[in-house]
Ligand binder design. Sequence first.
Ligand SMILES: [Mn+2]
Length: 338
Amino acid sequence: MDLTFPSSITQVLLIEDSSQIGHARRTAQKLAESLGFDEADAGRVALVVTELCSNILKHASHGELHLRPLPRPGGQGLEAIAVDRGQGFDVHACLTDGYSTGGTQGIGLGAIARMAEVFDVHADARGAVLLARFFRRGDKAPDIALGVTQHSLHNDPACGDAFQVHISDQGISAVVIDGLGHGEEAERAARAGVRAFAQAPFANPLVALEDMHLAMIGSRGGAVALVQFNPSADRLDFIGIGNIGATLLSPERGRGLASHPGIVGGQYRKAQSFDYAQVCGQCLILYSDGLQSRWNLRDYPGLIFRHPAVIATVLHRDFCRGRDDVTVLVIDLEMPHA
Ligand SMILES: [Mn+2]
């Protein structure tokens, strides 16, 4: 397998009254069609998105629908996430067959769970996050246990954060870059780094960092975190310069991965990569400083077991600073498939 997750801003639709549901449905359907879904599959997306949005209004009175293209082997899928801050969402009641969020009109969340290739929920007193992932007809490849959410400050079309993930038979290589500041100049810096990384994502981490540095000279520069996961060796290499947060989590504990101070494309002292063993089964979270660092997944019982896209979205919902671009990338480090 050879799969690339390119940087892109998450599309956010506000869901505040029922008139916005139709717009959300049409937007999701159009996105599905543009990603190569046929009419029946795009219709399936439209039905599920309608139900997700109705559910937001019913349980939380308002919330958001997040849409992303989903890179898949041989094409694109689509990811839809309903986000709200409502209380008392009863997952079990809602997933019971026959239950409908929209009175007699809705199809119910139990049906949603079956119409999407991937469905997952985290709900507690702080609100609910519902994930649905759709693959095109004939796409039987397994889900990739990776989730990302990315937002620019004030919905600026330019985003100063950039990420990229490569998945191959060798493993996973991922980079998150935060170009200094925000806006177009920050975006230029971050993208220059990502382009250099993409040339050889599985190069030695020190070499890859040097390549990104050279490519970012003359730009504003930025913070960079690079991670390479080798599943057959059960090892993770990490190198970070500047303020990109990196945490390895298991149900039992969490550990922060240390970055060095400095600016890639500017000045930093000789970098060093760190090697972590026995990481399979753990969850890796990389995040730019648009996210506060004071979160603790222990405050969210059960969240560590949820889909990475759900984890990324909960963290963004509750810890976005609102003063900078923000990226949260979550990857389950899985054993190699036999
Ligand atoms: Mn930043």
